[in-house]
Write a protein of this length. Structure first.
Length: 492
């Protein structure tokens, strides 16, 4: 906002991570009101409107860097609150469809903690910004305006029904349950297409007390993925060490192989997948919560960018697209999209005609990349419904599979794999000549045949000694330095 321009007001619908980041991006250009149906807690606490917070969340380095640019110092704030910055793949024991990934020096990183902690740190930073206010326990019932221009929202608050809150810009960040299509259609906006790919995924999470000494030694994330090439339900199991010396364990299964809420079946399910290591690690651990189960995890995308959106409106985050949560894309896509919006704002007035449509188009490429990565795998599982793979996807999948095979034995391909999986680079990175050269020579010769846990990690977890070294050529040790290309750096 310049001194010569009139004051601007923006409304952000939704106070979760995408909404908070949208408010932070807009705060330099307008006063901002965040409207949320829940009371927003002061610290890390569950919210009714964010039931998926009960499950494992990993913020990839691509998303962490984007949020760091929006809120400088946020990585240090997270770690000070108890989050753990994990080097990848050094601090990761993972079995992909092609095999175990060696734990070589740092290529990327993630932030590991509960979703409640992650959001609470961002919420504290954003709500303290000058000009940002919240309207809590309030539900938006409609957009105010016409098919040409949105001028505000109509809200039911604890004090008043159908209150008009005027705004120069309305951002819908209300999540998977967004009613934006209905609101826009009520204004006369047509042609808003939606697509869905549903593998029938169900996921179940329980928090356990970590074994003594595991937190202090930096026990790794442990993950066993499914293999979509095999025509059976895809099942996974993951342990993520989080704050307060706890292990957050999440199981998942696609249609025909879903986990249940039965606590007696939690560990047997984990032991019954492609490798039993997660179940073995959990055996004998004290559970701290009941089993939380979530269904309705379909990939869903709304093509707002292809409709004639009115001025003064755009959508972001899960309001635009929801992805299979196992890929961990949602938070990163939202953050990177809003970083692109911030670039637009630096050269434009948010109330200018056409700004909302430009913002929606700026978000679209990032959504599209995540959508292709998620749906191209999910549609392969038995009983999956929705959009079929595009022509030529078989050849691309074969190339990707060969790259991932090479990532189990060749550090250069391990680096390429994590560069894309963490959304630090687009998938086109895999088509660079230097990467193609390594892919053409890829093999699984010398690949690990057992989980690459060190003897010290096995001992603290109460397991026997391992079958071999942690990696074919690079045992666990200090991660490679982050280097000048990584603006976040290693949080202390």
């Amino acid at each position: 906002m310049t001194q010569s321009s009139p004051p601007r007001h923006a409304v952000v619908i939704g106070g979760s991570l995408a909404g908070l980041l949208a408010a932070a991006v807009l705060a330099d250009h307008a006063t901002v009101t965040i409207i949320d149906a829940d009371p927003l807690p002061e610290g890390p606490a569950p919210r009714r409107g964010l039931p998926q917070a009960r499950h494992t969340h990993l913020l990839w380095s691509g998303g962490a860097r984007a949020i760091e640019e929006i809120l400088p110092g946020i990585t240090q704030d997270w770690t000070a609150a108890g989050a753990i910055r994990r080097s990848l793949p050094t601090d990761l024991v993972t079995k992909t469809a092609q095999g175990w990934i060696p734990r070589c020096g740092e290529k990327q990183f993630n932030i590991s903690c509960s979703r409640d902690l992650l959001d609470s740190v961002v919420r504290a930073r954003v709500t303290a910004l000058e000009g940002v206010s919240t309207l809590q326990q309030s539900r938006v019932r409609a957009l105010e305006g016409t098919a040409s221009r949105v001028v505000g929202v109509r809200v039911d608050t604890p004090q008043e029904e159908d209150r008009l809150v005027r705004a120069d810009l309305v951002v819908d960040a209300s999540g998977r349950g967004s009613r934006a299509r209905t609101w826009l259609q009520a204004l006369g906006v047509t042609g808003i297409r939606q697509a869905e790919v549903d593998s029938g995924l169900v996921y179940a999470t329980r928090i356990f007390e970590a074994p003594g000494g595991a937190h202090e030694m930096g026990f790794p994330i442990v993950n066993v993925q499914s293999d979509p090439r095999v025509p059976v339900p895809g099942q996974t199991a993951t342990i993520v060490p989080i704050e307060n010396g706890q292990w957050q364990a999440t199981l998942s299964g696609t249609r025909g192989g879903q986990p249940t809420g039965d606590p007696e079946q939690f560990i047997p399910f984990a032991k019954g997948i492609r490798d039993p290591i997660v179940g073995e690690l959990l055996e004998g651990r004290r559970p701290l919560t009941d089993v939380a189960v979530t269904q309705g995890t379909a990939n869903r995308r709304v093509y707002f960018e292809k409709a004639a959106l009115p001025d003064g409106f755009f959508a972001v985050g899960d309001s635009v697209a929801t992805f299979n949560p196992l890929y961990g894309q949602g938070m990163t896509v939202a953050a990177q999209g809003l970083l692109a919006v911030r670039t637009l704002l630096r050269a434009s007035d948010p109330a200018r005609p056409g700004f909302g449509r430009e913002a929606q188009r700026a978000i679209t490429p990032l959504v599209g990349i995540a959508w292709e990565l998620a749906t191209s795998q999910d549609i392969l599982y038995p009983g999956a419904t929705g959009m079929k793979p595009r022509a030529g996807s078989g050849l691309l999948n074969a190339y990707t599979g060969r790259l991932m095979t090479g990532a189990t034995t060749h550090e250069a391909l391990t680096a390429a794999l994590f560069k894309v999986l963490t959304m630090s680079s687009a998938p086109t990175h895999w088509l660079r000549p230097s990467v193609v050269w390594h892919v053409l020579r890829a093999s699984d010769r010398g690949a690990l045949d057992a989980p690459p846990l060190s003897d010290a990690e096995r001992a603290v977890a109460g397991l026997g000694r391992g079958a071999g070294p942690v990696g074919p050529a690079d045992p666990v040790g200090p991660a490679d330095p982050v280097g000048p290309a990584d603006p976040v750096g290693r949080a202390r």
